[in-house]
Structure formats: C-alpha cells, structure tokens
Design a protein around this ligand. Structure first.
Ligand SMILES: Cc1cc2nc3c(=O)[nH]c(=O)nc-3n(C[C@H](O)[C@H](O)[C@H](O)COP(=O)(O)OP(=O)(O)OC[C@H]3O[C@@H](n4cnc5c(N)ncnc54)[C@H](O)[C@@H]3O)c2cc1C
Length: 472
C-alpha cells in the first residue's frame, strides 16, 4: 500500500533520515511543529546507520558501537509526533519551498514553512583505468550490502584508497569472516607532514583512539601496502587483476573484487537544483553550501544539516540537525524554543564533534592523479566519456561543465553528475589553468532523481500549467 503525506502543508519538512535528519525531525516534532520526514530508503538510518532497524548483523561488536547509536535516534524519532515516509524520493524542491516526492511510483506535492535538507554525503569519484569493470565497486556499496544483508566478500579481494571509511569497512568485513587479500593505501606520504600542525586537536578527539585501534586490528590480519601512487584495474569484460605502483615498484595481483574509496563529499544535487549557493572548498576538495551558523542557506527557508553542509561525520551531523531544527522552532514557535537545548550549548557540542576534522581532511587529501584522470580513463560513466574526450572539448572551446554537456552529454545521464561532476570541474580547471571555483559546476535542475514520464504526466496540472505549455 502506497503511503502519501497526510497533509499538504507542514511547518517543517526534513529530507533524509540519516543522523542529521533523524535528530532534526525529532527536535522540531517534539517542539510541537508539524513535521514530515522523507527518505528514499526502506528504513531510517542514512549511510552510517543503514538498516539499523533490520540488519541481520546482530552481534554489536561486528559493526561497532558507533553504529548502534543510531538505534536510540530512531527510537526518539518514533516516540515523537513526526510523520515519517520511507521509500520516498524527493525529486524537486523550489524557492517557494514546494517539494515533489515520488512514493511507490506516484508523485505527491507538499509545502513547508521550513525545509531542512539532510541528504548527506556521497563517495568521491575514483576514476582510475578499469573502474567501470564488473568486479570493481565502491567500499560504500560493499558496506551497504554488509549492513543490510550481512554479505561479505569471499573471492580474491583488494581494497584500495584511503580514508576512515576504508579502514572501518575492512575491520567490519574481517569481523564477519569476509576475505581481504590486500589493502592498497593511497595516502600521500607528504600528507602526514602537512597534517602535523593539526595533530593536537586530532590526538585529543575520539577519532584518534578509534582510528588507531581499527587500523591495528586490520593490519594484524591483512597485508597493507602504503604509499601507492598508481592504480589500475584490468580484465576482459570482468575484473581479473589490479596493478599498482608503490615505492617506484609496479606489481600486478589477481583479483575478483576491487573496492575503491577515497573519502566522501556533500550530496549537492537537491540543494543546487533548489538554487542554494555553493562554493568550492579547497580543504575538502568539493562544493559546499554557503550557510550561516544555524545552517540557513542562501535560499530563505532552506537549511542544510549533516554531511550535506560539508563533511563533518555522524556525531557532527546529529548536532547540526538539532541546530537547524532549533532555528526553525525559534522562527515558527519562539515560545517552544525555550524548552530546547540553548543554541550556544549546541554550538559548543558541534565544535567538540568537529574536533580533529581538519587533520583528517589534510591527511586523507586524495592525490591529484586519483582525482584528475588522463587518456582513455572514463570520466562520465553514464555517457562513457573519457578524460581525452573532455580535454579535446576544452581544446575546441568548451569553457566549463555546462558547455561540456552540449559537447559530450557529460552529466546528463541517470546519475546527473554525481559520479563525474567533481572530476569534470577539476579536469577542466587543470586544462584551462583556472580554479575549480572559476570553472564552476553543472547547472542542476529537477528532477534530481530519475522518475518515469508516466509519473510526470500524471502530476496534477492547474489551468495555468496547461495554458503555459500550450501557449509556450
Ligand atoms: C556509502 C557511505 C557509507 C558511510 N558509512 C559510514 C559509516 O559506516 N560510519 C560513519 O561514521 N560514517 C559513514 N559515512 C559517512 C556519513 O556521511 C556520515 O557519517 C553520516 O551518515 C552523515 O549523516 P547525514 O545525516 O548527513 O547523511 P546520511 O547518513 O548520508 O543520510 C542522508 C539520507 O538522505 C537520503 N536522501 C538523499 N537524497 C534524497 C532524496 N532526494 N530524497 C529522499 N532521500 C534522500 C539518503 O538516501 C540517506 O538516507 C558513510 C558515507 C557514505 C557515503
């Protein structure tokens, strides 16, 4: 049975049921605001707490204590008056705060006084030769299968890349009895020195002890090759081997599965399509929304919380969700705000949760060769456009990602630039001797997620809508 929103108008609509969205929806509902939480997945939890209400992995040590924090957040949400709809994909949000959501193949429209975008993060593209071969996938995809179905690799498995998630996944796979043959660590040696000035904050943050024990746990069981400077996947229609260079020496190993990961970046599509201003963040090497201290964006009424506001991790996501919700309560029901945690206390909590982040961003800064490919390496997977194609287009006049769409259809496929946008921006910036900020990003529009033409055609139309099209 398809669930539809109970009302047409809400005080607050929260999009995304990860830590930020769960915390935001509970806070605004508990303050007495009519609150709707929409999320595209079968259950709440987002990325970090994926399948928290249904995971077959019941031994809490296997996924780790941090994962089970999600159970309390879901419980608070369920105890609140928030209306929650899962399997609900938001494909449009406009400046009038009108939201279009696809639920069970039918679209519904709701309006909000405040929208809190908590759409989280995506894995950064990792365009190496052969990354589109069957048998090559992201670490996050493997983790999704592990959390939701307890599936772990059993063939010859190589994990390559860098970042906290890579080590977490490796530990989780080993705890569930999965197989890892080799880890190829691409962390640049120079990053250790560059991160040193930020080490104190990291050493005194919860990340240090957790990270260290996880790396030790994995290194005790798996061969780790550090300082990897080149990577390529090969095979005839299917992954057969992985070759890499470390310490100037090249090696090729057989593999059935290659898991790639080099960090996460904000999921910008819905926010950008709604007109929210974003700026290039040179520390996190991604586009981040321009927000005030309460998460309010350049579009009145739209706030962004969680990793969609810039990568801060799960703990920071929860607090950012509470801050954005508190700001909504202050605006819509000031009297109720008095019962909530003071904004100053929330900001102190956020600063604590973000402690050590700059060290992580500097240490795990992905190397240019793994962000900006060359030659026949595919950049745009949807349209199979290579780095060479992009550079040829620049040579004949393409100045930015939007012109490139006309030349090569990059960013016009089902992923709407999620898997090539950053690469295209950086590749064109390098080719034109400009900054990513100067080159810009794709102009994103609704629908930001694929919906069928039948669903679009079934959308209720006003007299004016019909006239506009007919006259047009
Ligand atoms: C694949 C992946 C795995 C990760 N695993 C971990 C981990 O194990 N541990 C950890 O500490 N950190 C992990 N992270 C980092 C993670 O980003 C943060 O820790 C945390 O989950 C961020 O919380 P959030 O609430 O901002 O967003 P998320 O948890 O990412 O939640 C956002 C939610 O919004 C939904 N959504 C997005 N767009 C729409 C739309 N248009 N319509 C409806 N719903 C939408 C998403 O499906 C998701 O459910 C992972 C990140 C990724 C990308």
């Amino acid at each position: 049975m398809t669930v539809a929103p109970k009302r047409e108008d809400y005080d607050v609509v929260v999009i995304g049921a990860g830590p930020a969205g769960l915390a935001a929806a509970s806070t605004s509902a508990d303050a007495g605001l009519s609150t709707l939480l929409l999320d595209e997945n079968v259950g709440p939890g987002g990325q970090v707490f994926r399948a928290i209400s249904s995971t077959p992995v019941t031994d809490r040590n296997q996924l780790g204590a941090d994962y089970w924090v999600g159970a309390d957040l879901v419980q608070s949400l369920r105890a609140s008056n928030a209306e929650v709809i899962q399997r609900a994909t938001v494909w449009s949000l406009d400046r009038n705060l009108e939201i279009a959501v696809s639920i069970g193949g039918a679209s519904a429209f709701v309006k909000a006084k405040r929208v809190i975008l908590a759409t989280g993060a995506l894995e950064r593209p990792f365009p190496i030769p052969g990354w589109t071969l069957p048998g090559v996938m992201t670490a996050g995809a493997a983790q999704t299968m592990l959390k939701s179905s307890a599936l772990v690799p059993d063939g010859r498995t190589v994990i390559a890349g860098q970042g906290p998630l890579l080590w977490l996944l490796a530990a989780q796979i080993l705890r569930l009895g999965g197989r890892i043959d080799r880890i190829l660590d691409t962390t640049e040696r120079g990053n250790y020195f560059a991160a040193l000035p930020h080490a104190f904050a990291f050493l005194t943050s919860p990340y240090f002890t957790k990270g260290l024990s996880m790396m030790r746990e994995v290194k005790a069981k798996v061969q780790v090759v550090s300082g990897v400077t080149e990577l390529a996947a090969s095979g005839d229609g299917q992954l057969a081997s992985v070759s890499y260079v470390a310490g100037g020496k090249r090696e090729t190993i057989p593999a059935d599965l290659l898991l790639l990961h080099q960090g996460v970046v904000p999921n910008v599509n819905l926010a950008m399509a709604a007109g929210v201003e974003h700026r290039w963040d040179d520390l996190q090497l991604c586009w981040s929304p321009v927000l005030d201290a309460s998460g309010m964006s350049s579009v009145t009424g739209i706030a962004i919380a969680g990793d969609g506001a810039g990568i801060g991790g799960a703990n920071a996501a929860v607090v950012r969700g509470r801050i954005a919700a508190r700001a909504a309560v202050e605006a819509l029901a000031p009297a109720a705000a008095a019962k909530l945690a003071p904004m100053a206390a929330l900001r102190t909590e956020l600063a604590k949760a973000e402690r050590g982040r700059v060290f992580l961003d500097t240490l795990f800064r992905p190397s240019p060769q793994f962000r900006i490919p060359s030659g026949d390496t595919i950049v745009c997977r949807c349209e199979e456009v290579t780095a060479k194609d992009v550079l040829e287009s620049v040579a004949i006049g393409a100045t930015g990602p939007n012109q490139l769409k006309a030349y090569r259809r990059t960013g016009m496929g089902p992923c709407q630039g999620r898997l090539c946008g950053l690469t295209v921006t950086e590749l064109m910036a390098q080719a034109r001797g400009k900054t990513p900020q100067e080159i810009g990003y794709y102009r994103l529009r609704a629908p930001v997620k694929p919906i069928t033409l039948a669903e679009l055609a079934a959308v209720p139309k006003t007299e004016d809508d019909v006239k506009a099209v007919v006259r047009g």
